[in-house]
Design a protein around this ligand. Structure first.
Ligand SMILES: C[S@@+](CC[C@H](N)C(=O)[O-])C[C@H]1O[C@@H](n2cnc3c(N)ncnc32)[C@H](O)[C@@H]1O
Length: 270
């Protein structure tokens, strides 16, 4: 479904993001799910475009600054390893074994996807040690890495999210960066004040068997407690204004945002 949102965003006139594989990866089932969202949230495809583009830009900026390792946590049908490939840069995709083998099977049907773009690291965060598995796959913990954690944190319990953030802060090179998107608590906890459209969207996700359970209103305390010193957050509205040049109040998509953090890298120029 997410890949289909991304693919539809890529196919739009004046596309903000470009993922040439997303629609094919999503297949008809993914596209049908994505179209179902339109009734509840006409801004979802725009959000996915903004989120994809901003995270792409974060990775690109990290690579421009000399980072040579990119780790995509909970990679799903992410294609950054192919889209943002550069000489000397290694991509690692960490995902549940079943999701990862499904993706590999889908990719193997394409004749235009570089299957060796990323090292695939099968890992169940709830059972396996992702740090050890990354190291075994060749990640150098003595060099900075850019960790992309997209579309995942709100599906976890708070304890699992905290523990992953703490480990990213303490067990890797301190110049590393982590970038992730998050939901507010109103959405995560199904507040009675939730807008009807948002409630409809949450219902679709729950129906799919992956309830959103962890919300964050202000990531500053969480990130400080997990060991981060530098933090930038950016809202849907800010990204919409930056990448489309417009800010439209009628877009009721206010529950998601993105955080970029590091333990030692100043982010003031990002
Ligand atoms: C909503 S998808 C997001 C995929 C991708 N990052 C994107 O934005 O398109 C959530 C991803 O988290 C992964 N995931 C969920 N629980 C996990 C777990 N316990 N261990 C490893 N991966 C997990 C799923 O396999 C899936 O790929």
């Amino acid at each position: 479904m997410v890949a289909a949102h991304r693919g539809r965003a890529s196919a739009a006139p004046d596309a903000i993001c470009h993922d040439p594989w997303a629609l094919r990866l999503a297949g008809p089932e993914g596209e049908a799910l994505s179209l179902r969202w339109d009734a509840h949230s006409p801004s979802m495809v725009l959000w996915m475009a903004l989120r994809t583009r901003y995270l792409d830009d974060c990775v690109t900026r990290a690579l421009d600054r000399g980072v040579r390792q990119v780790v995509v946590l909970g990679a799903g049908l992410d294609t950054r390893a192919a889209r943002l490939a550069r000489d000397g840069v290694r991509f690692f995709e960490v995902d549940q074994p079943a999701s990862q083998s499904d993706k590999r099977e889908r990719l193997s049907r394409f004749d235009d996807y570089p299957m060796d773009a990323a090292a695939f690291v099968p890992c169940d965060f709830e059972q396996d040690d992702f740090v050890e598995l990354l190291e075994t796959a060749g990640l150098d913990r003595g060099a900075p890495a850019c960790f992309v954690w997209e579309g995942v944190i709100y599906y976890l319990l708070e304890a699992a999210a905290r523990s992953t953030l703490e480990r990213l802060a303490s067990e890797f090179d301190p110049r590393s960066l982590v970038v992730f998107d998050y939901l507010n608590t109103k959405m995560a906890r199904s507040s009675p004040r939730l807008r009807e459209e948002d409630r409809g969207m949450k219902g679709i996700i729950e129906e799919l068997g992956e309830p959103m359970q962890f919300g964050i209103d202000d990531p500053t305390p969480l990130m400080a407690e997990c060991g981060y010193r530098f933090l930038r957050t950016v809202s849907f509205d800010e990204l919409a204004l930056e990448y489309t040049g417009t800010y439209a109040r009628e877009r009721f998509f206010r529950f998601q945002a993105i955080a970029l953090a590091s333990t030692s890298e100043e982010l003031s120029l990002w």
